[in-house]
Structures are given as C-alpha cells and as structure tokens.
Design a protein around this ligand. Sequence first.
Ligand SMILES: [Zn+2]
Length: 94
Amino acid sequence: MTDTSKLRSGLAEALHAAGGPFTNTDPETLADAVRAYLEDVGLFALVRDFVDPDPCEYDHHGYCQAHFWFETDPACPHARAKAMGLEPLGEDDE
Ligand SMILES: [Zn+2]
C-alpha cells in the first residue's frame, strides 16, 4: 500500500483552513478545497510532466504500444491522465 499520510494530513489541514468541518457544506465547496490543495502541492503539474503528449496506439489486444502498457484494466496511464484533463502543457500554456 502506498503511504499517502503526508498527502492526507496536508489535505486535512487545507480542509480545516477552508472552513471545515463540512457536515452541511455543499459538495462543490468541498471539491474546490480538495482541487485547490492538489494544485497547491503540485500533483497536477507532476502528472502533466509525466504524461506523454503523443497519443496512445492500441494493438489488437487493447495494449498501448506507444507507451509499452500491456494491460487493458487499468488502461494506459497516459490515456487516464488525459481523460482527467491532465494534458501536458504546450509551449503556449506555460
Ligand atoms: Zn498510451
């Protein structure tokens, strides 16, 4: 199991700073606080730095030959990151 205790404690602090506890808070406010925290710690930038801008190329098994990913479930991590909107930044975006 991955040790994400630092991420968890940081998120707890960020939620507290955002006005927690959130027992009666609308989900959008909570989602905004979580998204802001993940942005602040650089998680999205980290994923963007790893993602290959080249498209996946699937063979007849559904494996991504472009990224040497030989699973179908989960799908190629580059495709999953792009599906979450975590495309690498272009030169014009930086
Ligand atoms: Zn791929």
